[in-house]
Design a protein around this ligand. Structure first.
Ligand code: COA
Length: 353
């Protein structure tokens, strides 16, 4: 798919709510410990969205920062791509809410539901919209509020504002979901993209979906039951994601290296030519294995999972913003983005900055 590209990142932003919660904080509400979490995932802390706040609220400061960085006003935006798996409401999506908060009334706002692989799909959609002339200035946002599916209600104990101990049944329930609960954190990232010149943009892309593995990571509740939120759904915790972590891990380390090789081939570059691999941050060990399989130096695969955990759709724009603001990213560099998430959706994109 080597072709002329419309995609140039001209601004980025990020927002992390509140204070970080450490692994030690989590160990107050379930049977886990810092050593296990760090060794198996690389995560040391994460942020949680406060109650009553939705992803459109998290996205707003990130979007404003990205627009300011790009030197663009909200009135310049002519398309919004909103990526989340934890929307403010079951429907409509969070794109319309962000558009209203930004003052982009009348601007098309498309919600994408490709979970942790979101940015791969959004980049492809944005590139196509720019090339077709359907849009000139696109705001891409990823935002997540996973706190709503955390398997405990003792937020005061977690926060250390209460000396109480969890009831044994609350402790046991949170512990049953501990493999999932330690992974996720909340936040938002945004980027503004426009048509590039001088041979920049998306040089090669590779995206896939394999619905045979939907059961590996999903929230079981939905519109298959009547009513879709029932006593049974709540009692059986069907609104908390179920995850077969080992299978997801194996899928990621098998498919992502293949995807990166394909994207590089389509871009007409070697894996060794890439300056940065900006990877989704689901588990540090996944990125280490992918890197080893591609024979890439560790310093080319930046990591921020220790500070934020897995922020799903928000991860790549948050990391991108950190790298842009601290000067690691420079005009003309070759960046390979890569991600995999529930669906299973996955892919990679080779982009010239
Ligand atoms: N704290 C302490 N012990 C825990 C724990 C926790 N938070 N979570 C699980 N354990 C225990 C298990 O109960 C199990 O104990 P047992 O051997 O006595 O039965 C043991 O640790 C191993 O559990 P397992 O689930 O096999 O661990 P793992 O090495 O596969 O690590 C994940 C679990 C979730 C960290 C890992 O599978 C993973 O990251 N997978 C990918 C998930 C992912 O990327 N999801 C998002 C996609 S975007």
């Amino acid at each position: 798919m080597s072709k002329k590209s419309g995609f140039k990142i001209i601004g980025t932003g990020r927002y992390l709510p509140g204070r970080p919660y450490t692994n030690h904080d989590l160990a107050r509400v379930m049977d886990t410990d810092d050593e296990w979490i760090v060794r198996r995932t690389g995560i040391r802390q994460r942020h949680f969205c406060p109650e009553g706040v939705g992803v459109s609220d998290l996205a707003l400061p990130a979007a404003k920062q990205a627009l300011e960085d790009a030197g663009r006003a909200p009135t310049d935006v002519d398309y919004i791509l909103f990526n989340t798996m934890t929307p403010d409401h079951v429907f409509p999506g969070s794109g319309p809410l962000l558009g209203e908060k930004l003052g982009c009334v009348g601007v098309p706002a498309l919600d994408l539901r490709t979970q942790c692989a979101a940015m791969m799909f959004s980049m492809q959609v944005a590139d196509s919209l720019l090339i077709s002339g359907a849009a000139k200035t696109i705001l891409i946002v990823g935002a997540e509020a996973h706190a709503g599916f955390m398997p405990w209600s003792d937020w005061d104990i977690l926060e250390g504002t209460s000396d109480k101990k969890p009831e044994p049944e609350d402790w046991d329930r949170a512990t049953r979901h501990r493999g999932l609960a330690i992974l996720f954190g909340d936040g938002a990232g945004a980027m503004v993209v426009e048509s590039g010149e001088n041979g920049g943009g998306v040089l090669g892309m590779d995206v896939h979906t394999d619905g045979c593995h939907v059961d590996k990571l999903l929230i079981p509740a939905g519109f298959r039951t009547r009513p879709f939120i029932s006593k049974r759904t709540v009692e059986e915790d069907l609104w908390i994601p179920t995850m077969q972590g080992r299978d997801v891990f194996k899928y990621a380390v098998t498919e992502l290296p293949k995807s990166i090789r394909r994207a590089c081939e389509r871009a007409g570059v070697g894996v060794g030519d890439v300056d940065w691999f900006v990877a989704h941050q689901a588990n540090q060990r996944i990125n280490d294995v992918v890197r080893e399989r591609l024979d890439v130096a560790p310093e080319k695969v930046p990591s921020n999972i220790a500070r934020y955990g897995n922020t799903s759709a928000a991860t790549i724009p948050i990391l991108l913003d950190e790298m842009r603001r601290d000067g690691r990213l420079q005009e003309g560099q070759l960046v390979c983005f890569l991600a995999l998430g529930a669906g299973i959706h996955w892919g990679s994109a080779v982009v010239r900055l």
